[in-house]
Write a protein that binds this ligand. Structure first.
Ligand SMILES: Cc1cc2nc3c(=O)[nH]c(=O)nc-3n(C[C@H](O)[C@H](O)[C@H](O)COP(=O)(O)O)c2cc1C
Length: 450
């Protein structure tokens, strides 16, 4: 059994209520932090833990916190990023829905560490019912003296608000989130200045993912050093993974970082292996933005090492033969899945979600979609595959925010690893048309492509 730092009590009946959460030791980290620690010692513990941001980029949380200048009287803010719109990712929803007080507790100790007296949880609009769960948990915490004025008699004040998001994937990008929270259209800002210097209302601000903030609770209840002992190398601690696709047991799992991918996919404790006796074709290990890995590169790196669920191992080989842990959205494709159709589908999403500010992303995602439309519907040519490659190459690295990269990487990886499937679409226009008009079972088509 792997370690459970976040989900240990997830199945306890009533754990979503203050009463049961408290019986299980909830809010102990707030008592410890406010009575026996200083903001500086908390930041130090988080640094020692090696905790990396769980929103996708994996930036060390303690380092990000230490970018805030010393308090100088200007208000500062902690923003929890609960926008979670990356296709394949649903771990934050699970945590907030099942054990909302863990996030509230993490927000209190983290806000105290950062010197923030007003903090926000920015939650995606489609999670409306979860926002109600959070509102109720906040009211309970406040009624029990953990929020509001003079928390536990310490002299520390904190107001925590839930803001329902603007209904766009781009609002999960930290500076777009800030714009949206300020009541504007969620367009990313140029960086620098980074939010630590000029964030919400031009004030020092930290944006962290739900899971990152929740992990701080365990770190304070134990120690940064204890946390750093869990996991592997620079991938310390545990990670929530949302597993989907044609596997036996879809769901959210907490794994110790460093777990072999083979064990995660095939053991009954986690995904339980492929469903319906199908063979594995490919895995997107970290949400729709990260490169897809064909089965052979999923199990083993290009050097022949067993692939592990860690930031480093999944990225081994760079984008030529590796991928990323990303947000932990683990999507499994079996032998019947059509990679061209999947790439077309992802590209529809990115094209729809591009904010339109940068031409390479606004125009490029549109052109990629046009070309993929042709290929998927049996009207493409071999030159179109090269054109597609060329367009994605011109988007990557040429936009204000990483949404452009997120749109380009899946296309690049699909062509790199599954070019023969793109070519099959060119060579078999009739079968493509028939499948798209429902005349052929989708499963038949890829018997031709091993
Ligand atoms: C288009 C786009 C969407 C994003 N969506 C999310 C999101 O839903 N949740 C999240 O935590 N981070 C998201 N991020 C990453 C954030 O910009 C930011 O890096 C993160 O919230 C920082 O938290 P962390 O350091 O705890 O990971 C997104 C980034 C981009 C470019």
């Amino acid at each position: 059994m792997s370690k459970k730092l976040l989900l240990e009590h997830i199945d306890v009946p009533g754990i979503n209520t203050y009463e049961v959460y408290r019986q299980k030791g909830g809010y102990a980290s707030v008592e410890k932090a406010l009575k026996s620690m200083t903001p500086e010692t908390i930041v130090e513990e988080v640094k020692k833990s090696g905790l990396r941001g769980r929103g996708g980029a994996g930036f060390p949380a303690g380092m990000k916190w230490s970018f805030l200048a010393k308090p100088d009287g200007v208000p500062r803010h902690l923003l929890c990023n609960a926008d979670e719109s990356e296709p394949g990712t649903f771990k934050d929803r699970y945590l907030m829905e099942k054990i909302p007080h863990l996030l509230i507790e993490g927000m209190i100790v983290s806000s105290f560490a950062l010197g923030a007296n007003v903090s926000y949880i920015y939650i995606r609009g489609e999670y409306m019912w979860v926002s109600f769960i959070l509102e109720r948990a906040i009211a309970e915490a406040k009624a029990n003296g953990f929020l509001g004025k003079n928390i536990l008699g310490s002299g520390y004040d904190l107001e925590l608000y839930v803001q329902v998001g603007g209904g766009a994937y781009i609002c999960g990008e930290e500076t777009a989130l800030i714009e949206s929270l300020e009541g504007k259209r969620g367009n990313p800002r140029m960086k620098p200045p980074f939010p630590a210097v000029k964030g919400l209302w031009q004030r020092p601000t930290v944006v962290n993912n739900v899971e990152t903030i929740a992990a701080v609770v365990w770190i304070l209840n134990n120690s940064g050093e204890d946390y750093a002992k869990i996991g592997i190398g620079k991938s310390t601690g545990t990670k929530l993974i949302s597993a989907s696709g044609n596997i036996k047991r879809q769901g959210v799992y907490e794994i110790e970082l460093g777990l072999p991918v083979d064990e995660f996919l095939n053991s009954d404790e986690y995904c339980g292996g492929m469903a319906n006796g199908k063979r594995l074709k490919a895995v997107v290990p970290g949400g729709s933005s990260v490169p897809i890995l064909p089965a052979e590169l999923f199990y083993k790196t290009a050097n022949g090492d067993a692939r592990l669920m860690s930031y480093e191992s999944l990225a081994d080989g760079g984008f030529a033969t590796g991928s990323m842990l990303g947000s932990g959205g683990f999507v499994v494709y079996d032998e019947d899945a059509c990679i061209v159709r999947n790439t077309w589908n992802f590209t529809r999403f990115y094209n729809h979600e591009s904010c339109g500010q940068c031409s390479p992303c606004r125009e490029g995602t549109g052109w990629m979609l046009k070309v993929l439309n042709k290929l998927e519907h049996g009207q493409g040519s071999m030159e179109d595959i090269d054109l597609l490659w060329d367009i994605q190459r011109r988007i990557e690295g040429n936009t204000i925010c990483p949404l452009g990269d997120a749109a380009a990487w899946p296309v690049a990886a699909a062509i790199r690893h599954f070019r023969e499937e793109f070519e099959w679409h060119v060579k078999n226009p009739k079968l493509c048309m028939e499948r798209n008009y429902g005349l052929l079972e989708s499963t038949k088509k890829f018997e031709l492509v091993s």
